[in-house]
Write a new protein. Structure first.
Lengths: 210, 304
């Protein structure tokens, strides 16, 4: 649904990241079709899919380590006009990045790198944002910040977000709807609230975890 | 001292040529992780194309030197780039997803093919070119030994400098260059930000070939002869230069080129000219043993 945050949760190896990568056409889906804005994008190349308005902030952040923050954003923006138009918006969203503008991406802390990864995905003004484990390896305080930023992005810019998370508690709190993926098959769906209160989910993904 | 200065000038000139070729090795390695063994042949083809264009221009009666130089340079860059593009399409792209050794073997095959292709097309004999640029400045003359900086050497060093500045601008300041570096750093992620990786790899081969063709032209001017086999030795020395500077690093390639040029020239000047190639390649061995990432190369660090 447009403008929604959808969370995809599941244990290790359930196929969450694979699903996100398949949406981006790397690898291509072996069967079935992927529709985006009622258009079949299953067989398009990755760069065509991305240019049609989907941004992916993959697992492990994967910023370009030997480029400055600014260069990373320029890459994300793809062209000069877009960069000039959007850069101020990005810097208001992540003031931290403005301070670090000329720093090499690889020398920044994990949290800053995650902000940069988000910023790089957002600067091209996507309609759909795919987020893979944005909280991975971050301190609890930073996790909160990142999730706050995600909510802000969604509310102010109406960008649809598909969020993959190990941190099911945070993800379901944030999401409008959630899906549970087990061994590549969706076993449960519901609103974030419903899933949070579902005893099975609580047992499998929440209790003890957090 | 005079002798030393003269050798320094000679070494820098030769090193500039090596550096231009080494950049091509380094760029291609940086983006697809493969040594393009056919790159020396690209250089050789660049030299041949330059020779052909020079002779054509002479037959048209154009002899105003600056015009000739610029036209030859541009034509050589354009046509050699087409070779670079075609080689990537034919020999490397179909193998991109196969095991790592496959494109390497394909590159060696391409190198042998191109040598024979040129031999069939142009004959096996050495092709001479009348010196186009003669004369020079006498820097020091103490009656005993004269240090000469020839106009040709000046042109080689200036051309190299201009080309390298232009190239650095493209790589470090334009979107094209940023995309090129992005692909070199993380190809999967580059695709995920909407870069067409295939096009970017093609562009890398085009730039590498264009730089090699400039080196080919300068080599032709400097030595005045070309044959189908020059790409082999010069190519391997430029490869050594790229490894010495740190393969994948572009400033490193240029630095490595200059050093290899200097080492070779000083070795011939002070020790023995017969063993100059041994000197250059010993450096390769020493670098691989003591500093495998080269002078300016960066070790692969995985940050989790």
């Amino acid at each position: 649904m447009e403008g929604e945050i959808v969370a995809l949760i599941g244990s290790n190896g359930a196929g969450k990241s694979t699903l996100l990568m398949t949406i981006c056409g790397n690898p291509h889906a072996k069967a079935g079709e992927i529709l985006y804005n009622n258009r079949d994008i299953t067989r398009l190349s990755t760069y065509e899919i991305i240019r049609s308005g989907i941004s992916h902030a993959p697992e492990g952040r994967r910023i370009f380590p030997h480029m400055t923050v600014l260069e990373n954003l320029q890459i994300g923006a793809r062209d000069k006009e877009c960069f000039n138009r959007e850069v101020d918006r990005i810097f208001t969203l992540f003031p931290r990045l403005k301070e670090r503008m000329h720093q090499q991406g690889g020398t920044m802390s994990g949290g800053e790198q995650q902000m940069l990864a988000l910023a790089r995905a957002l600067i091209s003004r996507p309609r759909l944002l795919l987020l893979d484990e944005p909280s991975l390896g971050l301190a609890p305080l930073l996790v909160k910040q990142i999730f706050k930023a995600i909510r802000e992005i969604n509310e102010t810019e109406k960008i649809s977000i598909l969020l993959v998370e190990q941190n099911a508690y945070h993800a379901l709190h944030l999401a409008h709807r959630g899906f549970v993926l087990v061994n590549g098959i969706i076993t449960l769906t519901g609103t974030g609230e419903e899933l949070l209160n579902n005893p099975e989910i609580r047992a499998a993904y929440l209790e003890g975890g957090r | 001292m005079e002798y030393f200065i003269q050798q320094l000038i000679n070494g820098l000139t030769l090193g500039a040529i090596y550096g231009l070729i080494a950049i091509g090795y380094s760029m291609v390695y940086g983006i697809i992780g493969m040594i393009n063994f056919a790159h020396g042949e690209i250089f050789m083809i660049g030299a041949f194309i330059s020779l052909i264009v020079v002779l054509l221009l002479n037959s048209f009666g154009l002899s105003w030197l600056p015009a000739v130089l610029i036209i030859v340079l541009v034509m050589a860059m354009v046509f050699t780039s087409l070779y670079g593009l075609a080689i990537e399409r034919i020999a490397y792209r179909p193998l991109r997803k196969s095991f790592r050794l496959a494109p390497l073997i394909s590159a060696i095959g391409m190198s042998i093919f191109l040598q024979n292709y040129m031999q069939l097309l142009q004959g096996a004999r050495v092709k001479p070119l009348q010196p186009m640029i003669t004369g020079g400045f006498t820097l020091i003359d103490d009656g005993d030994y004269t240090v000469v900086l020839s106009f040709l050497q000046i042109i080689i060093i200036i051309t190299t400098t201009i080309i390298v500045i232009l190239f650095s601008f493209i790589i470090y300041k334009t979107q094209l260059g940023r995309e090129q570096r992005a692909c070199a750093q993380d190809r999967v992620m580059a695709e995920l930000v909407g870069i067409n990786v295939d096009t970017t790899i093609s562009v890398t081969f085009i730039i590498g070939a264009a730089l090699a063709s400039v080196a080919g032209f300068l080599y032709l001017l400097y030595y005045g002869v070309v044959d189908f086999f020059i790409g082999f030795l010069v190519g391997i020395k430029a490869f050594t230069a790229a490894v010495l500077g740190g393969i994948g690093s572009l400033p490193g390639a240029l630095l490595g080129g200059l050093l290899i040029g200097l080492i070779e020239v000083f070795w011939s000047a002070y020790f023995s000219i017969e063993y100059k190639d041994v000197a250059a390649f010993s450096i390769l061995v020493l670098v691989l043993i003591f500093r495998p990432t080269g002078l300016l190369g960066r070790p692969e660090i995985e940050k989790v």
